[in-house]
Design a protein around this ligand. Structure first.
Ligand SMILES: *[C@@H]1O[C@H](CO)[C@@H](O)[C@H](O)[C@H]1NC(C)=O
Ligand SMILES: *[C@@H]1O[C@H](CO)[C@@H](O)[C@H](O)[C@H]1NC(C)=O
Ligand SMILES: *[C@@H]1O[C@H](CO)[C@@H](O)[C@H](O)[C@H]1NC(C)=O
Ligand SMILES: *[C@@H]1O[C@H](CO)[C@@H](O)[C@H](O)[C@H]1NC(C)=O
Ligand SMILES: *[C@@H]1O[C@H](CO)[C@@H](O)[C@H](O)[C@H]1NC(C)=O
Ligand SMILES: *[C@@H]1O[C@H](CO)[C@@H](O)[C@H](O)[C@H]1NC(C)=O
Ligand SMILES: *[C@@H]1O[C@H](CO)[C@@H](O)[C@H](O)[C@H]1NC(C)=O
Ligand SMILES: *[C@@H]1O[C@H](CO)[C@@H](O)[C@H](O)[C@H]1NC(C)=O
Ligand SMILES: *[C@@H]1O[C@H](CO)[C@@H](O)[C@H](O)[C@H]1NC(C)=O
Ligand SMILES: *[C@@H]1O[C@H](CO)[C@@H](O)[C@H](O)[C@H]1NC(C)=O
Ligand SMILES: *[C@@H]1O[C@H](CO)[C@@H](O)[C@H](O)[C@H]1NC(C)=O
Ligand SMILES: *[C@@H]1O[C@H](CO)[C@@H](O)[C@H](O)[C@H]1NC(C)=O
Length: 837
C-alpha cells in the first residue's frame, strides 16, 4: 500500500558528512514538520521487559521522533483515557490493558496493526517482533513525510525471511566486498557485538527475522566451546531486534570435529552425536532458528558419500533440531562440477531437479529446501529454477544474492529489485494453474506450512555495510520483497531513496533513473540473450573472460565456436532442460520462435547470424548491446555530478568515485566481449566500431624508455592485446608519443591495470603541462575481488576532462613501479567532445 506525500516539504540545507552507517535509519530532521502533524508526546510500552523487542520498539520510537522532530518522548508507563500517546504492545497486552481493539483483522505471526487515525497512535503486533516492525513502519512513514492517517493491518507473505552471511571463522567473507566479518575474527566469534546489534537493527526495520552467520562452506570448529559461547553472545545481541540466529554446518563434523569414524547419516552414533551437539547449541541459544546445510556440492561432504539420499542427510539434522523447534534449510545447489563439456546432453542446469525430484515428500516437516533463483548460479539473467514447480510436497525457499557476486561486486551500480521481482512474478504454470514463484515459496501454492526467503548478504565492517552507499538499496529491497513480493521494485527503491537521501526531487529522479537502468545496462555490457554473466568464473567473478566458461567441468558453458553459440537445452536435440518445466513453459522454451530473446542462448544453440525478434542478428545484438550498456554507464557519472551540493560531500564523493570507475570498467567489458566474439566469429560490426579505435594511442606503439611490452591474458582485455610494464618492479619508465590529433580541447582517458600488491605512481604530461598524477591504489578504495594480473579485473580507466591539446605536442606518461605493480599501461584516448572510446 502506498500513500503519496501529503505536503511538499521544505528543504533543509545539505546535511553534514554521512558515513552510511545508519543506512536508511537516519531519522534526518524534517524542517517545520511540526506545523503539519501532531505526534504524541509520550510512548507507552505495554508489558515491557528490558531487552525485548517491545522495549526496542519504545527506544527506537524515542530515537526516531527525536531525530525527525527534535522532540523527546516521555516514557510514562501509564496512559490516561483522554491524553494522546504512542501505544506499543502485543495484541494480547493491548487487550489486557484496554479491552478489545476494533478493525485489527487476523494477524499472522510477525504481523502488526498500525493506526494513526485516533488521538493516540496504536501499534500492536501479533507477537513482540510484530510490535517492533510496527514501530519501524510508523517511523518510516514519518521519516518519509507520509503523514496521512491510516489504520492498516500488515502480514508477512512467508514465515522465513533470513539473510545468509557467508562469513568464515578467520574473519574473511566469501563473496563479500565490504571488509572483514562483523561476526568472526581469527577463528572465533568476536567479542565486540556493537556492529552485530547495528546490523540486526537495520534488518529488523525491513522485517528480516533470521541471520545465518557463517559460510555454507562451513568449518566444524564453529562448534567448539568458545564459539558456542560466542554464538550465545551474538544471539543475545540480535534478540532485542526479534532476529534469530542460525548456523551453517559442515556435514562431516562428527568425523572431523567429533572424532567419530564416520558421518553416515544413518549411523545411530552419528545421530546421537548431532543430537548432543544440538542440545549444546540450544543451551547457549535457546531460540536458535536452525541449521543451513550445503552438502555434496563443490567438494563439500554429504550423505552421498555413504550412498544415502540427500533427504537422509537433511532429516538427520531435522531430528536433532526438532525437539527445540528448529528448522533445517537444505540447499538444492547440488551438482557435479566435473561434467564433461564434450557431452552435448550433459547440463549442470538439470542437476537440481535430477537430484531432488525423486525425494519430493521424503523430507521431514521441519526441512525447507533452499533453491537458488536460477538453475546455475546468480547469473545476470536466468529463467526461474525448474525445481520450484517440481517439489510439491516439500517446503521450499528462494535463495537470492544481495551481494552482487556476478554483478560488479558493488563497484558497479546494479539495483537488483527488478531482477528479483521478475523471478518472483514468474508463473511456473504447475498443473496449468497460476503458480507464481512468490506463491510457491510462501507456501500458498502447494499448501506448505513453511517457506520463504534467504538473501546472501555480504555485509562487512565497512561503514557503509556493503562497501557502497548505493548498494544498500539492494539490502533494503530484499527485506521489503521478502515480506511482500507484490510490491513494486521502483516504489520500494524510492522509499529507500527518501530515507537515505531526503526529499530533493532531483535527487529522487536521478537515483531512481540510474538504479532502474542499472540492471539492463549491466546485462547489456556483460552477457546478453541469456548467455550468462561472461565473467571469469575460474578467478574473481568480476571482469570479463568469456572463454573461462567453456571447456571445463563447471558446466557454465556457452558452447561458443566459430559459427555458433548457446546451450542447446531442448528436449528434441539437447540437454532436455526445457522439459524440466511444466508443459506450457517447456513448449515455449523448446522452440526458438517462442523463446524470449533474452533467454535465447540459455535454451538454444544458434549461429551468430540467427535473427532475433528485432531482426538483428545475435552477433550484431551483442555488439550493439555492449555499446549501449557502456554508454548508459557513462551517463551515470554526469547524472550523479548533477547532484553536487544536493548530497552531502562524503557520500557525493564516494559515489562519484565508484561511478567513474564503473564507467571506465564498462568500456573494458564492452571492448573485451566484443573483441572476443569478433575474433571468434570474424563477423564485423555493421557500425564499424568493434576493433576500430581512432582516438587511441596504444601504449605499445609509443616510444618507450624503462618500459617493455607485455602480452595480456586474456588478450581481449587489453586494447590491441598488448600493454607495457616497467622493466623492473623498482624502476620508473616513460612512454611518449607525438600528438597527431587536431589542436583542440579533449578529454584524455588513460587505461591502465591496477593490481593488488602494489601502488604504482603515474603522471600524465601533455606538452609542457602536467595534466594529472594518480596512484594505482584501487585496492584501498574499491571492494571488488582484486587481481594480481593484467586482466579484465584490474583494467581501469582514469579520465582528465577538458585538456587543451596542440597538434605536435608530446604526450608523456611516467610510471613508477611499486610492489608487484609494474605501472602497467594499456592506451591513451584523446576524446573530442561527445565521444567516449
Ligand atoms: C506479558 O509478558 C510475559 C512475558 O514477558 C508473557 O508471559 C505474558 O503473557 C504477557 N502478558 C500479556 C497480557 O500479554
Ligand atoms: C577451520 O577454522 C580453523 C580455525 O580458524 C582453521 O584453523 C582451519 O584451517 C579451518 N578449516 C578449513 C577447512 O578452512
Ligand atoms: C566496539 O565496536 C564499536 C563499533 O565498531 C566501536 O565504536 C567501539 O569502540 C567498540 N568497543 C570496544 C570496547 O572496543
Ligand atoms: C556433548 O557435546 C559436548 C560439547 O561438544 C561434549 O563436551 C560432550 O562430551 C558431549 N556429550 C556426549 C555424550 O557426547
Ligand atoms: C547405493 O544404493 C542404491 C539404492 O539403494 C543401490 O542400488 C546401490 O547398489 C548402492 N551402491 C553402493 C555402492 O552401495
Ligand atoms: C552425457 O550426459 C548425459 C546426461 O548427464 C548422461 O546421461 C550420458 O551418460 C552422458 N554421456 C556420456 C557418453 O558420458
Ligand atoms: C543437434 O545436436 C548436435 C550435437 O549432438 C549438434 O551438433 C547439432 O547442431 C544440433 N542440431 C540442431 C538442429 O540444433
Ligand atoms: C531482416 O533483415 C534482413 C537483413 O537486413 C532483411 O533482408 C529482411 O528483410 C529483414 N526482415 C524483416 C522481417 O524485416
Ligand atoms: C616526434 O616527432 C619528432 C619530429 O617529427 C621526432 O623526432 C620524434 O621521434 C617523435 N617522437 C615520437 C615519440 O614519436
Ligand atoms: C607552455 O606551452 C605554451 C604553448 O606552447 C606556452 O604558451 C607556455 O608559455 C608554456 N609554458 C611554460 C611554463 O613553458
Ligand atoms: C568502505 O569501502 C569503500 C569501498 O570499498 C572504501 O572506499 C572505504 O575506504 C571503506 N571505508 C571503511 C571505513 O572501511
Ligand atoms: C614484481 O612483479 C612481478 C609481476 O607483477 C611479481 O611476480 C613479483 O613478485 C614482483 N616482485 C616484487 C619484489 O614485488
Amino acid at each position: 500500500m502506498r500513500l503519496s506525500i501529503l505536503f511538499s516539504l521544505p528543504l533543509l540545507n545539505v546535511a553534514s558528512a554521512e558515513d552510511g552507517s545508519q543506512g536508511w535509519l537516519r531519522y534526518a530532521p524534517i524542517a517545520n514538520a511540526n506545523d503539519y502533524i501532531t505526534v504524541p508526546s509520550r510512548v507507552v510500552a505495554l508489558n515491557v521487559t528490558r531487552g525485548s523487542p517491545v522495549y526496542t520498539a519504545q527506544q527506537e520510537l524515542e530515537r526516531g521522533i527525536k531525530g525527525i522532530f527534535g522532540k523527546q518522548l516521555e516514557t510514562n508507563s501509564s496512559v490516561t483515557s483522554n491524553s494522546s500517546a504512542i501505544i506499543v504492545g502485543t495484541l494480547d497486552a493491548y487487550r489486557a490493558a484496554y479491552g478489545d481493539l476494533e478493525d485489527v483483522g487476523d494477524l499472522l505471526d510477525d504481523g502488526f496493526f498500525l493506526s494513526t487515525e485516533g488521538l493516540s497512535v496504536i501499534i500492536v503486533g501479533n507477537n513482540e517482533r510484530g510490535v517492533l516492525y510496527g514501530a519501524f513502519e510508523y517511523l518510516s512513514r514519518l521519516a518519509q513525510g507520509r503523514f496521512l492517517p491510516i489504520s492498516t493491518m500488515y502480514n508477512p507473505q512467508a514465515p522465513i525471511r533470513w539473510t545468509n552471511e557467508w562469513n568464515n571463522l578467520d574473519g574473511s567473507i566469501e563473496r563479500g566486498y565490504a571488509g572483514p566479518s562483523i561476526f568472526f575474527r581469527d577463528g572465533f566469534v568476536v567479542d565486540n557485538v556493537t556492529r552485530v546489534s547495528g546490523y540486526a537493527r537495520l534488518l529488523a526495520s525491513i522485517r528480516v527475522n533470521g541471520i545465518v552467520i557463517n559460510n555454507v562452506n562451513a568449518n566444524a570448529t564453529l562448534l567448539n566451546d568458545r564459539n558456542l559461547q560466542g554464538l550465545g553472545r551474538l544471539a543475545d545481541a540480535m534478540r532485542p531486534y526479534g532476529i534469530q540466529l542460525g548456523i551453517s554446518l559442515n556435514f562431516a563434523s562428527p568425523q572431523d570435529f567429533g572424532g567419530l569414524p564416520s558421518f553416515d547419516p544413518l549411523d545411530p552414533k552419528v545421530d546421537a552425536w548431532w543430537a548432543n551437539i544440538t542440545d549444546e547449541v540450544y543451551k547457549r541459544v535457546p531460540d536458535m532458528a536452525g541449521y543451513l546445510v550445503k552438502a555434496n556440492s563443490e567438494g563439500q561432504p554429504g550423505p552421498l558419500t555413504y550412498n544415502r539420499t540427500l533427504a537422509d542427510g537433511a532429516n538427520m539434522f531435522a531430528r536433532a533440531v526438532k525437539p527445540h523447534g528448529g528448522l533445517v534449510m537444505f540447499r538444492a545447489f547440488v551438482y557435479d562440477n566435473h561434467i564433461s563439456p564434450a557431452n552435448w546432453t550433459a547440463d549442470r542446469a538439470n542437476a537440481a531437479v535430477d537430484f531432488f525430484q525423486h525425494l519430493d515428500g521424503k523430507f521431514d516437516e521441519n526441512v525447507v529446501v533452499q533453491i537458488k533463483y536460477g538453475a546455475i548460479d546468480f547469473q545476470v539473467r536466468e529463467p526461474a529454477n525448474p525445481l520450484f514447480s517440481t517439489l510439491r510436497n516439500t517446503s521450499t525457499s528462494i535463495e537470492l544474492q544481495i551481494t552482487p557476486e556476478y554483478f560488479g561486486q558493488n563497484d558497479h551500480l546494479v539495483y537488483l529489485g527488478p531482477l528479483w521481482k521478475e523471478i518472483l512474478e514468474t508463473d511456473m504454470r504447475a498443473d496449468s494453474r497460476p503458480s507464481k514463484i512468490k506463491d510457491i515459496v510462501s507456501g500458498i501454492r502447494f499448501k506448505r506450512p513453511l517457506g520463504g526467503y534467504a538473501g546472501v548478504s555480504g555485509v562487512g565492517t565497512n561503514a557503509t555495510w556493503l562497501g557502497s552507499h548505493l548498494a544498500m538499496s539492494n539490502l533494503y529491497a530484499y527485506g521489503r520483497l521478502a515480506w511482500d513480493a507484490s510490491q513494486d521494485a521502483e516504489d520500494v527503491l524510492q522509499d529507500w531513496i527518501r530515507l537515505t537521501f531526503g526529499f530533493d526531487e532531483q535527487v529522487m529522479e536521478i537515483i531512481t533513473d540510474m538504479s532502474m537502468k542499472s540492471w539492463p545496462a549491466y546485462e547489456n555490457y556483460s552477457g546478453n540473450l541469456g548467455i550468462q554473466t561472461l565473467t571469469d568464473i575460474l578467478y574473481t567473478h568480476f571482469g570479463p573472460n568469456p572463454a573461462s566458461q567453456d571447456n571445463n567441468g563447471w558446466g557454465q558453458w556457452t558452447r561458443a565456436d566459430k559459427v555458433s553459440i548457446g546451450m542447446d537445452r531442448t528436449v528434441k536435440n539437447g540437454t532436455g532442460n526445457a522439459g524440466q518445466y511444466s508443459p506450457e513453459l517447456a513448449s515455449m522454451y523448446e522452440n526458438i520462435e517462442t523463446t524470449p530473446d533474452n533467454l535465447l542462448l540459455w535454451f538454444h544453440h544458434v549461429p551468430y547470424t540467427q535473427r532475433l525478434k528485432s531482426n538483428k542478428t545475435v552477433i550484431q545484438h551483442f555488439y550493439d548491446a555492449h555499446y549501449e550498456g557502456a554508454a548508459t554507464a557513462q551517463k551515470f557519472v554526469e547524472q550523479w555530478e548533477s547532484l553536487k551540493g544536493k548530497v552531502d560531500e562524503e557520500r557525493y564523493e564516494n559515489v562519484l568515485f565508484e561511478q567513474k570507475f564503473q564507467a571506465g570498467h564498462a568500456l573494458v567489458w564492452r571492448d573485451s566481449i566484443n573483441q572476443f566474439y569478433y575474433n571468434l566469429s570474424e563477423i564485423p560490426d555493421v557500425a564499424k566500431r568493434v576493433g576500430n579505435h581512432p582516438y587511441r594511442i596504444e601504449a605499445e606503439k609509443m616510444s618507450l624508455s624503462g618500459y617493455q611490452f607485455c602480452a595480456v591474458n586474456p588478450f581481449h582485455t587489453a586494447s590491441g592485446a598488448m600493454a607495457i610494464v616497467t622493466t623492473s618492479n623498482t624502476t620508473t619508465g616513460t612512454a611518449t608519443a607525438n600528438i597527431t590529433f587536431a589542436s583542440g580541447r579533449y578529454d584524455i582517458a588513460v587505461n591502465y591495470f591496477d593490481l593488488i600488491g602494489g601502488r604504482a605512481k603515474y603522471q600524465l604530461d601533455v606538452g609542457n603541462q602536467t595534466v594529472g598524477r594518480w596512484i594505482g591504489d584501487n585496492e584501498d578504495k574499491l571492494g571488488h575481488a582484486p587481481s594480481i594480473y593484467l586482466d579484465g579485473h584490474s583494467a581501469t580507466r582514469i579520465t582528465f576532462k577538458g585538456v587543451d591539446v596542440r597538434q605536435g605536442d608530446v604526450v608523456r606518461i611516467t610510471g613508477q613501479a611499486n610492489g608487484n605493480e609494474p605501472a602497467p599501461l594499456d592506451y591513451i584516448s584523446f576524446l573530442p567532445p561527445g565521444i567516449v572510446d
